[in-house]
Ligand binder design. Structure first.
Ligand SMILES: C[S@@+](CC[C@H](N)C(=O)[O-])C[C@H]1O[C@@H](n2cnc3c(N)ncnc32)[C@H](O)[C@@H]1O
Length: 196
């Protein structure tokens, strides 16, 4: 099966959005609340309903951008936020996106990709970040499905893929996951390596 624009658009249209927690992820809120510089460029790829972006915008992080491949996801977010934010809400494919950011937030986007596509994700994240840029967020810490998303894994799977492109600062089981995911997610922070 191919997990392309049609696959994701159909899931949105058919309301098969079981990943959606209905609010900002508590672990990401905790991280965002520690950010001092409101000018930094932030991207949230595969943003879905974009609760994190909505929160960032409300807190004055107006260089926040989101991208999703499904029109309905983008429309849902636009319907909830101020029109000032609309030009930062991009309908498109993450892998075609060309920009540079200081921070990229990950929340159930990596797990949409079959394991064979993970190196492309890592390379693209590296290309999108500025010098010293960080990739921060949540990754499942357990194996999940083999033939459809969400695809899971463990540190042992993830670190060798990220390591050539990112210094993994931390990747530990999150104590701020929502109840159904508690104990099954890492919170991680990585910094772009310059030698690549
Ligand atoms: C599992 S959902 C997670 C949504 C959101 N991050 C959340 O946690 O609620 C994955 C999202 O990624 C989007 N997506 C999948 N492939 C994409 C791609 N190549 N580029 C941009 N968005 C993509 C889907 O449309 C979907 O909204």
């Amino acid at each position: 099966m191919i997990f392309d624009k049609k696959y994701w658009s159909d899931r949105w249209i058919n309301e098969q959005t079981g990943w959606d927690i209905g609010e900002i992820s508590p672990a990401l809120k905790y991280y965002i609340d520690q950010l001092q510089d409101k000018e930094i460029g932030i991207l949230i790829p595969g943003c879905g309903n974009g609760y994190e972006a909505e929160y960032l915008w409300s807190q004055g992080f107006h260089n926040t951008y989101v991208i999703d491949i499904a029109e309905k996801a983008v429309m849902n977010l636009k319907a909830r936020v101020s029109t000032d934010f609309h030009s930062n809400i991009i309908l498109g494919d993450f892998f075609d996106h060309q920009e540079n950011y200081d921070l990229i937030l990950e929340q159930t986007f990596f797990c949409t990709l079959p394991p064979n596509d993970r190196p492309s994700y890592v390379e693209k994240m590296h290309a999108l970040l500025n010098t010293g840029g960080r990739l921060v967020g949540l990754l499942f810490s357990i194996p999940l499905y083999k033939d459809h998303p969400p695809f899971g894994g463990t540190k042992e799977d993830y670190i060798p893929i990220f390591n050539p492109y990112f210094e993994v600062i931390s990747m530990e089981i999150s104590d701020k996951s929502i109840k159904p995911r508690l104990g099954n997610e890492y919170f991680f922070e990585m910094e772009k390596r310059m030698e690549n």
